[in-house]
Design a protein around this ligand. Structure first.
Ligand code: PEP
Ligand code: MG
Length: 838
């Protein structure tokens, strides 16, 4: 193999050497940058990844070159891994390569016996474990005694501890090259996104000894707090310590002056001042907050390594924004540096990642954030807990629309069944409630008011914690971090908006949602699911009367009772949105969702409607369907029972007139759900136009509105051209579109989704990340056909995918004008869309 020519295989890291990340790894490149800054970096050499691969395959580096490297000065070097990406890790660093009896004797002279012994012993142990592959336990009896350790080595290997420094170095290089090729290392780095054949470079660096006379030791420093991202000098200085080796008088010092004990700042003020100066310079030159590794040898400072400061999500945002504000990086780069998903950590309470977790079950992380509360099993119990001022976690097999009030009253929701777009998941995301669905490991006993999980029994009233970010259910109360919607967060999103090529709206059903949407700077409401407005105590009876009406006249009377309430809802939404577009979807779910499902409920209903119980039961049965998601819902209901849409249209128009009179002019957008044929649109449009004409006549006020269609069935996507003829806009409802394209129930898929994704049948849960190949193709086809018919038509996506970064990227490429997602996902969507626009 030619890669092992001296010139190619090893380069000294000088300011002008040809060091590249792809060939020598990130650490080599970072060291070169530090060298270029004139920092006191010990002489370092980079071994290329080609050479490392050849070494693993059994070839040797040129011995005289290795000898030349190691036989200088004190003759000791360290070897560190340098992968192309720091996240991929690498074999552990080996220190003090080259130490032998002769060197030890010299070190006894210069640093004392204790220091010399500690350094030699440290190397003997590393060498035995990593190179000779001996059991680490063999040193447990050595009691830190060098002689005992050397004899143990000889006894195990039947040879003297190698004295030739060049051989030691060659062996260490070989063992590290091979370790990188091992199956465990491979799996670990692949889990962090590394390709199967990932390159590894190695760094050989002159040792700066951290054990010896005077102020001597090793440490690390950073100028930023990893948790908060605020300026704060943190780190440690370990006097008389190097790796695992400890010299006499070893002790850990604070970096800065501290009343609790001695500090490096006091022990070696100049060294400390230099460190701070280097940290500031590194931030500017490397355009990043760096954690600097250093060694002090008798008050002489050496910078041996630097890595990006590890950081929490909130610190990540603060650091990026501060770098851009200081002119170190452009704003665009700050926007690119933050993983959009990380923003959702900032919006909600989070379980402290460093706190202990008593994990009892796992499910689908349906809505982020964390909360602790008492277990309750019914919506009524959640409401009762709220009335007592107590926090509750609502646990259900799955939620139904009647649970909404209970969900509002609870601090988190956990369901045994369901997937990413099940009722619980959609509502929880909408109101920013931590939620886990499809936790099939729990089992609920409603009668006993207990939940089984992890082989344990939990009773109503016991505390549990829902971590909706990770999908983990924890027993008891967990330590939490607070949300961080600070100035840096807002600044980052402001920059994002300037760069964004599409708009981001929110799915908002209530005034509260609308306020949240505004708080997160949504550019309108892309979906108001009006059915959610019918579940409060006042409306549900009117709704039920309407459903039970035998004659159109009776139905009209119940709808008249609902009209002012709906009008009031819309006025509030329009006022909060202050002239921003508001898309209102006409009634969508099957009617029977509004009816009680148990005998008790039916009895109550019969009483309130003054009907015999048998009539109520019969009517409920008559309304029930085998397959309600594919039954009498959406536009089908609108055409069969047109009075409902008439009432809604009237409420929208009357609200438009009133809100426009009070504030910014409103142009409402009315959206028809579950369309699959052009004729459906024509029929609904005719009636809505007629209602508009009637309202204009009655009020003598003019207004405009836009009528659009939800594309939620594969047929609607395929026939988007003709559907577009009658529509001002099309909005892809990718929840139903996914359900129908796959023939996959959005409420039941949770049961097997884990297995399906685990076995690679689906790459991801398609209700979570848009399936670009299938559902995505329908979106692309629909968009293209609609635009061919009406080039100016507005196209959007309002399914849950609208808040998922990967899906947003796809939507942008498909040419949609905006995406609409749950209010709490708006910040993530703004950032993801901006990154995709750059
Ligand atoms: C959809 O189907 O994608 C949608 C937004 O409507 P819903 O989730 O209310 O069915
Ligand atoms: Mg839908």
């Amino acid at each position: 193999m030619t890669a092992l020519t001296e010139h190619d295989a090893i380069v000294e890291i000088t300011p002008s050497a040809g060091v590249q990340v792809a060939r020598h790894g990130w650490r080599a490149k970072c060291l070169q940058r530090l060298v270029r800054m004139n920092l006191p970096v010990p002489t370092s050499f980079a071994i290329s990844s080609d050479a490392v691969r050849a070494i693993a395959a059994g070839q040797m580096l040129d011995r005289s070159r290795l000898a030349a490297i190691i036989e200088r000065a004190e003759g000791l070097v360290s070897v560190r891994p340098s992968a192309a990406n720091p996240a991929w890790g690498g074999p552990g660093t080996v220190l003090n390569v080259g130490i032998n009896d002769a060197c030890h004797a010299r070190l006894v002279e210069t640093r004392g016996k204790a220091a010399a012994d500690a350094l030699y012993l440290g190397f003997v142990q590393s060498y035995a474990i990593h190179v000779a592959r001996l059991d680490p336990d063999m040193f447990s009896d050595s009691g830190g005694d060098l002689g005992v350790a050397l004899r143990a080595y000889e006894a195990e290997t039947d040879e003297e501890f190698p004295q030739d420094p060049t051989r030691q170095l060659a062996e260490v290089l070989r063992s590290m090259a091979r370790a990188w090729d091992g199956p465990t290392a491979r799996l670990l780095r692949q889990a962090k996104g590394a390709p199967p054949v990932a390159p590894l470079g190695l760094i050989v660096q002159d040792m700066a000894l951290a054990i010896g006379p005077g102020v001597t030791g090793s440490g690390s420093i950073q100028l930023i707090d990893s948790m908060t991202g605020m300026p704060r000098i943190t780190g440690r200085f370990r006097g008389q310590m190097q790796g695992r080796a400890k010299g006499q008088g070893a002790e850990t010092l604070y970096l800065t002056r501290d009343p609790r004990g001695p500090s490096l700042e006091e022990a070696a003020p100049e060294v400390f001042a230099d460190l701070v100066r280097y940290g500031v310079a590194a931030r500017e030159r490397l355009r990043e907050e760096m954690q600097v590794e250093f060694v002090v040898s008798d008050s002489k400072l050496a910078i041996i390594d630097a890595v990006r400061v590890p950081r929490s999500s909130r610190a990540g945002v603060r650091i990026a924004v501060a770098l851009a504000r200081d002119g170190v990086i452009p704003a665009e780069e700050a926007v690119m540096r933050i993983e959009p998903r990380a923003l959702s950590d900032l919006l909600h309470y989070q379980v402290d990642p460093n706190a202990p977790r008593d994990l009892i079950a796992k499910g689908i992380n349906a809505s982020p954030g964390a909360a602790t509360g008492q277990i309750v099993f019914t919506a009524a119990a959640a409401q009762a807990a709220e009335a007592r001022g107590e926090r509750s976690v609502l646990i259900r097999r799955e939620t139904v629309p009647e649970d909404i009030r209970g969900m509002h009253a609870a601090v988190a929701v956990l369901t045994e069944r369901g997937g990413m777009t099940s009722h619980a998941a959609v509502i929880a995301r909408g109101i920013g409630l931590p939620c886990i669905v499809g936790a099939s490991g729990i089992s609920i006993d409603l009668r006993a008011r207990t939940m089984q999980a992890d082989g344990r029994t939990f009773h109503e009233g016991e505390l549990i914690t829902i971590d909706g970010t990770s999908g983990e259910v924890l027993a008891g109360e967990a330590e939490m971090l607070e949300p961080a919607l600070d100035d840096s967060f807002n600044q980052l999103l402001e920059w994002a908006d300037e760069l964004c090529r599409i708009r981001i709206r929110a799915n908002a059903d209530t005034p509260e949602d609308a306020r949240t949407a505004r708080m997160f700077n949504a550019q309108g409401i892309g979906l108001c699911r009006t059915e959610h407005m019918f579940f409060d105590d006042e409306r549900l009876p009117a709704m039920r009367e309407m459903i039970f009406a035998e004659h159109p006249e009776d139905r009209r009377l119940s709808l008249e009772r609902l009209l002012p309430m709906q009008r009031g809802d819309f006025i509030k939404l329009f006022e909060i949105m202050a002239g921003l577009p508001v898309t209102i979807r006409l009634f969508d779910p099957p009617l029977h969702e509004f009816l009680p499902h148990d005998r008790e409920g039916m009895r109550e209903l019969a009483e309130s409607l003054d009907l015999p119980l048998s009539d109520v039961t019969r009517r409920v049965e008559a309304l029930s369907e085998f397959n309600p998601m594919l039954g009498m819902r959406g536009v089908r209901l609108g055409i069969t029972v047109p009075e409902i849409y008439d009432m809604q249209a009237r409420a929208i128009f009357e609200a438009t007139i009133q809100a426009s009179h009070n504030g910014a002019p409103v142009v409402p957008e009315i959206m028809i759900p579950l369309v699959s044929a052009r004729r459906e649109v024509e029929l609904v449009k005719t009636r809505i136009d007629a209602v508009a004409a009637a309202v204009r006549n009655e009020t003598r006020k003019d207004f405009t509105y836009r009528l659009g269609v939800m594309v939620e069935t594969p047929r609607a996507a395929l026939r988007a051209g003709e559907i577009a003829e009658h529509s001002s806009f099309l909005s892809f409802g990718t929840n139903d579109l996914t359900q129908m394209t796959y023939g996959l129930s959005r409420d039941d898929a949770g049961r097997f989704m884990g297995t399906y994704v685990g076995q690679g049948v689906y790459a991801d849960d398609p209700f979570h990340i848009l399936d670009q190949d299938g559902v995505g193709e329908l979106v692309a086809i629909g968009t293209e056909r609609a635009r061919a018919q009406s080039p100016g038509i507005t196209i959007s996506v309002c399914g849950e995918h609208g808040g998922n970064p990967e899906s947003i990227a796809f939507c942008l490429r498909a040419g949609v004008n905006y995406v609409s997602c749950s209010p709490f996902r708006v910040p993530v969507a703004r950032l993801a869309a901006a990154q995709e626009s750059i």
